[in-house]
Design a protein around this ligand. Structure first.
Ligand code: HEC
Length: 250
């Protein structure tokens, strides 16, 4: 726990350190067109990548000075806003850049982009022909941790498993009901943006602070991105018939 907090502090310190000259292997200069940046997708993916890898990504205006350029050329990553988005590397071999490129191509990276859903509406998806189903069905979070998170942080309002079915507050959907919805993953990935949660939920390094005039009305529900991934993995395993996964909820 302490270890995790120290690592988190380190990651956040890196994420918010002032930018200077080309510092090290753990800083990537990224250029992305304004149309992409304006969706807010970078604020969604970059803190999650940085938290996991401690590699920081900084947006730069000039494609020529970037290590990686997102746009119309290079390897296809995702589709949305009427085009396929591709990445081109200007600094192949640079460790941080390679790490970021690998992550963007991975299931986790693709899913992180695909679950960006401001107001509950997803904007991006895997490009056609890139394992949309197969890839989207693997969850890297720790389901056992997700169960503990659900039982400590969500259970006061939601039934999170069979045992808690009788303790939920009547009108709040149970996790198993939510799991049966076709877009359950988008809802869980974005739950902190969906009412009533924004008023009291903190995702460390992702959500902005509560405005001083509207502090959280209850003790805030605080999750790390890792705990959110874990919760999604836990919920994913709730419907074994859908997944063919061996994990069954009794
Ligand atoms: C203080 C009460 C409260 C807590 C704590 C809470 N929720 Fe909720 N949640 C609600 C209510 C109420 C709804 C139903 C909102 C609606 O139907 O408009 C809801 C709905 C949801 C939905 C569906 C959202 C949608 O619009 O489709 C998800 C997903 C969800 N909660 C996840 C979570 C997770 C994960 C946690 C714990 C980390 C959590 N909630 C903690 C009250 C809470």
């Amino acid at each position: 726990m302490l270890n995790r907090l120290v690592m988190l502090g380190f990651a956040l310190a890196l994420a918010f350190a002032p930018s200077g000259a080309r510092a090290d292997d753990k800083l990537v200069h990224l250029h992305a067109p304004a149309s992409l940046v304006e969706t807010g997708v970078m604020q969604h993916i970059l803190p999650r990548f940085t938290l996991k890898t401690r590699v920081r990504v900084e947006l730069v205006a000039d494609p020529a000075s970037a290590d990686m350029v997102l746009g119309g050329s290079g390897q296809a990553l995702f589709e949305g806003l009427g085009q396929v988005w591709r990445m081109a590397l200007n600094s192949p071999g640079h460790p941080g850049t390679e790490r970021f490129a690998t992550w963007l191509r991975s299931d986790v990276g693709r899913r992180t982009v695909a679950t960006f859903a401001p107001g509950g509406v997803a904007i991006f998806s895997a490009p056609r022909g890139v394992g949309r189903n197969g890839a989207a069905r693997q969850f890297d979070g720790d389901a056992a941790l997700g169960r503990r998170v659900s039982r400590t942080k969500c259970i006061r309002c939601h039934a999170v498993d069979d045992e808690s079915r009788m303790t939920d507050i009547g009108s709040t959907p149970s996790f198993s009901v939510l799991r049966s919805l076709p877009d359950w993953e988008a809802r869980f990935s974005a739950f902190f943006t969906l009412n009533p949660h924004p008023a009291f939920t903190v995702i460390v390094g992702v959500t902005p602070e509560f405005p001083p005039e509207r502090p959280s009305p209850i003790a805030p529900v605080t999750l790390t991105p890792e705990e959110l991934d874990a919760t999604i993995a836990y919920v994913a395993a709730m419907e074994p018939a859908d997944l063919g996964a061996p994990l069954a909820h009794q």
